[in-house]
Write a protein that binds this ligand. Structure first.
Ligand code: NAP
Length: 247
């Protein structure tokens, strides 16, 4: 796959799934902006991995939930690179708890980061991609957005909302050669899931026909397909990467 000359932005590219996506995009030749919010060490390590493998990348701190910060960051990227070809909306957080006890702040924080964050980043690339008459927007949703999960009403609502956003954007941008798709991982071994206790992980494994948790590489592979020329006629879709957990 050749992404030479392409410019990619990966939100939450410092760790986990986003890191793997950033590294794969860099290895394919794209210039990668690695966004992060709190861990400059992790973002710089991702950039170093990309450069070591012969790619080009730069770390860029901003919160996807902060309107002014998103506008400023994308403005800076466009001023520097002149274009954005691939946007991966990957940044996401959890603040779990039963709805009965869920604090409004935990609802807001998850919706602001996971759903509004994608809206703000899509809005920032909307005009540039339209003018370029091409682009790829790929958003990481979750199996939880389809199946729901006790204790994750905020996360499930945000992730389900991302599908409505994806399909609507796909319709708005299709005639301009911009495709808009989602990838819905099942349970992937990252910092987000590492703290689950072994009993919970065992229960999850029992619900997965393939009987193991996925890796960031499994998700990155799906993102790379959607970013490739092979996916030029694919838009408004969600590619599920979950070992058969949800069909
Ligand atoms: P992770 O290891 O916890 O990493 C989260 C990433 O998001 C970090 O790079 C973090 O940056 C960044 N981030 C958090 N809040 C942000 C904000 N406000 N602005 C910008 N960046 C922010 O998570 P992960 O497991 O790789 O998950 C990545 C995506 O996949 C998320 O959308 C998640 O919901 C989704 N997903 C994960 C799983 C799973 O099982 N792991 C399953 C389904 C879907 P810092 O390093 O600076 O903190």
């Amino acid at each position: 796959m050749n992404l030479q000359g392409k410019v990619a932005v990966v939100t939450g590219g410092s760790r986990g799934i986003g890191k793997e996506i950033a590294v794969r995009l860099g290895a394919a030749g794209a210039y990668v902006y690695v966004n992060y919010v709190s861990r400059p060490d992790a973002a710089e390590a991702t950039v170093a991995d990309i450069i070591e493998a012969g790619g080009r990348a730069r770390a860029l701190p901003f919160s996807v939930a902060d309107t002014a910060a998103v506008e400023a960051a994308f403005g800076a990227i466009l001023a520097e690179a002149g274009r954005i070809d691939i946007l991966v909306n990957n940044a996401g957080i959890t603040r779990d708890g039963l709805l009965m006890k869920m604090k409004e702040a935990d609802w807001d924080e998850v919706l602001d980061t996971n759903l509004k964050g994608a809206y703000l980043c899509m809005k920032a690339v909307y005009r540039p991609m339209m003018k370029q008459r091409g682009g790829r927007i790929i958003t990481i949703t979750s199996v939880i957005g389809f199946a729901g999960n006790a204790g994750q009403a905020n996360y499930a609502a945000a992730k389900a909302g991302l599908m409505g956003l994806t399909r609507s954007m796909a319709r708005e941008l299709a005639s301009r050669g911009v495709t808009v798709n989602a990838v819905a991982p099942g349970y992937i071994d990252t910092d987000m899931t590492r703290d689950l206790d072994e009993a919970v992980k065992e229960k999850i494994r029992a619900e997965i026909p393939m009987a193991f948790l996925g890796t960031p590489a499994d998700v990155a592979g799906a993102v790379m397909f959607l970013a490739s020329d092979d996916a030029r006629y694919v838009t408004g879709q969600c590619l599920h990467v979950n070992g058969g957990m949800y069909m």
